[in-house]
Design a protein around this ligand. Sequence first.
Ligand SMILES: *Cc1c(COP(=O)(O)O)cnc(C)c1O
Length: 406
Amino acid sequence: MTDITREMFDQYYFPMFTPPQFVLVKGKGSRLWDQEGKEYIDLSGGIAVNALGHCDDRLVETIREQAGKLWHVSNLMTNEPVISVAKQLVEETFADKVFFCNSGAEANEAALKLARRYALDKYGVEKDEIISFTQSFHGRTLFTVTVGGQHHYSDGFGPNPTAITHIPYNDIEILKNTISEKTCAVMLEPIQGEGGIIPADPEFLKQVRELCDKYHALLIFDEVQTGNARTGKLYAYMHYGVAPDILSTAKGLAGGFPIGAILATKEVASVFTPGVHGTTFGGNPLACAVANKVIEIIKQPDFLDGVNTRSKWFFERLNEINNKYQCFSEIRGKGLLIGAVLKSEYEGQSAKLLKAAIDHNLLVLVAGKNVVRFAPALNITKDEFDAGMQKFELAVEDFINSHNNK
Ligand SMILES: *Cc1c(COP(=O)(O)O)cnc(C)c1O
């Protein structure tokens, strides 16, 4: 494999991604290594995916064992891992039923189709409006990208799905004036991830639930990013005491093995009868065995306490760095989904700080142009954390200096 070079990526791959000038070959915990053997600290978690870090021994063992037994049988058959993980998710959440697919976008696509079908069957063709929020992100299929509130992602692909309304997040008065008996669903992220790590106001979520009930609209929570213990509870809705009718999740669900899921009440799920929706790979034993193991681990109260402890490390250290360098206006988020918002004098420069971090062999994320995002492994060790934050401080120092020298 050593004849593989970074240049070959530009030669052979679609030009939609621009990775840095190294190729990663190995990972363990929150550390990664490139072809040259250079070590990186990973505070990005593969964009909130590597819930247990890289190559967690328990997941490696699980996948090895399942790989020797059964990979795929199609949904004409069923298998043990899919039943097992569905059972766990139902027991741990508001939901009665689970459906598995392969990604966040697919989960949201299914959630939206489910909401439309439920409204059609129960109330008729008039009830088709979907309300979602500006800055939201729900995936890249044409339906999900259109429901997402970022036009630069959804424009340029010909006619988009219709009957979709975008309104500002956390503004209940505007929702009150928008929602009606024509509304079939309201879709939102309990904490907007890609949009800038913006948590929902608890009172807002409560009233969204009440308005949905009043107008017989389904409430869909997109927990693709906030789910699976990321925020310190198994799902973020549990912080708010507001349950949705449909919940979508993916990212961390199998710790890096591709999987997505929707969870729903029995009543709502009942309209997905044979032939209405489907998938080839969804619910395959390999992905489900890994997800089953992940859920088994992350649902434990001790594990969730650990996420909250680590969250405190991050908030404390980031505030300390900020006291020294004064570059952030706010550190926000929940659990291990954290955003550091750049002060107005550094507006639009989050990518530059990310680049400075890479120069110190540190991987972080951005969430829009003004927010640096951290979504590390939920089991990151103190040692890995300290090493990462030391690098982050150096990156912040470089970033500030380069700004002052301009
Ligand atoms: C990442 C993300 C998605 C899309 O998931 P994919 O697996 O990339 O399709 C959808 N919604 C939210 C909130 C996300 O963070």
